[in-house]
Design a protein around this ligand. Structure first.
Ligand SMILES: Nc1ncnc2c1ncn2[C@@H]1O[C@H](COP(=O)(O)OP(=O)(O)OP(=O)(O)O)[C@@H](O)[C@H]1O
Ligand SMILES: [Mg+2]
Length: 384
């Protein structure tokens, strides 16, 4: 989406230039005014989409300015944002009473807050729709406990076995609590929630490559999920798009565990993914739910060719066989991973990839083959 015209009224040149630079980086067009009077003239003449005002000006007070803007039909409905050095509650109240829409205190976070606010005002946001950069693969299921996280970690690891020169990152986006950290034995502080809290202006694509840990034996970098539900509640979802864009700029593969989530946060990610790995089990209830999920994805414009489905724990006494499940879903099942008994959870509990613990098990062979096929299919959908 094209940027907006923003009028910036601030008598302090350095502060004005600093904010203007950030707005320009966010694709906005910036008009500068160094006094209240100049601000009034420019606003009435140029009709900006939003006006940002430092309430402490050389001539007028920001509050007086807000009243004048609100009284004039040309500016009555333009969002007015105070970006102020004054931290007092009184000043905030006076500004909001005078007609400001928002009051942001100048601090290290101010510019990021301002950009986020403008994005929300204009319905903009970092779009994750561009088919550039690293290949985006999501892991999705329609029911919990079918093995999505275990398969995500193990397949990602095997993708790197088959392509050792590639760089991959696994992102655990399962909320309110992720499980990949415990599967791979990661216990550091950094996770999706702490990363989402960073000022987007302060993280570059390289930041992620340099700062995300590579858990022992797993080969990929990990952006761990929320360690507990309370932390999960603090996720700054507005920054997720930016994080994923930056990951795609510095990794060959961005592999995301979405669990069962078809939410406002996950849907744009699913829609921009090169490949959706759909994990299901043979239980009838899971197949029924998967059918609903599939219909929803197709209705959202996702092509069957970008779905890679895995039937997990395929050998069971109950539930559907692979051909029955395929018939019911109207979808080819690409991989059937056999039930490994306690071995899979044993490997998980040891924080080890299944293919390292049990290299000769049929399941390990299937996992290695699935990893190769996923790379191949994701590349194919990317180029088509
Ligand atoms: N093929 C398999 N054979 C045996 N056990 C398996 C197999 N696949 C997964 N498991 C086991 O199933 C359990 C659940 O796996 P996992 O946590 O990966 O599922 P999930 O779908 O991510 O669950 P959640 O809904 O909690 O996110 C784990 O103990 C795992 O070891
Ligand atoms: Mg999981």
């Amino acid at each position: 989406m094209a940027g907006k015209k923003i009028l910036l009224i601030d008598s302090d040149v350095a502060s004005r230039n600093f904010v203007a630079r950030a707005l320009q980086q966010a694709q906005h067009i910036v008009l500068h005014a160094s006094s209240g009077k100049e601000g009034l003239i420019f606003a009435w003449r140029d009709r900006p989409d939003a006006i940002i005002i430092e309430p402490v000006l050389a001539d007028l007070k920001g509050e007086e300015l807000a009243v004048k803007f609100r009284q004039d039909p040309r500016t009555a409905n333009i969002p007015l944002i105070a970006l102020s050095n004054d931290t007092t509650i009184l000043r905030r109240k006076q500004c909001l009473d005078a007609g400001f829409s928002e009051y942001i205190v100048k601090s290290g976070q101010a510019v990021a807050i301002l950009i986020g606010l403008l994005n929300r005002l204009f319905g903009m946001g970092p779009s994750i729709t561009d088919k550039q950069g690293g290949i985006l693969i999501v892991f999705l299921s329609s029911k919990g406990g079918v093995g999505t996280s275990s398969l995500c970690a193990n397949i990602a690891m095997n993708m790197l076995v088959s392509q050792p020169e590639a760089k991959a990152v696994v992102v655990d986006m399962v909320l309110p609590i992720g499980s990949i950290a415990s599967i791979v034995g990661y216990s550091e502080e950094q996770n999706l929630v702490t990363i989402s809290d960073l000022d987007p202006q302060e993280t570059s694509p390289d930041y992620f490559k340099e700062n995300l840990a590579v858990p022992k034996d797993w080969r990929f970098h990990l952006l761990a999920g929320s360690p507990d539900p309370e932390t999960g509640n603090h996720l700054k979802s507005a920054n997720i798009g930016d994080i994923i864009n930056k990951l795609r700029a510095s990794f060959d593969y961005v592999i995301i565990d979405l669990g069962r989530s078809l939410s406002k946060i996950s849907l744009p990610i699913i829609e921009s993914a090169d490949l959706i790995t759909l994990v299901l089990s043979s239980e009838i209830s899971t197949i029924t739910l998967t059918k609903t999920t599939l219909a929803y994805l197709i209705q959202k414009g996702i092509k069957q060719s970008s779905i890679y489905s895995i039937l997990n724990r395929a050998v069971g006494l109950e539930g559907m066989s692979k051909p029955e499940a395929e018939k019911e879903l109207g979808l080819e099942i690409k991989t059937a991973l056999p039930y490994m008994g306690g071995s899979f959870s044993f490997a998980n509990n040891q924080h080890a990839p299944v293919t390292l613990k049990f290299p000769n098990d049929t399941a390990s062979m299937v996992l290695r083959e699935a990893a190769k096929q996923i790379i191949e299919q994701a590349r194919k959908t990317r180029s088509s």
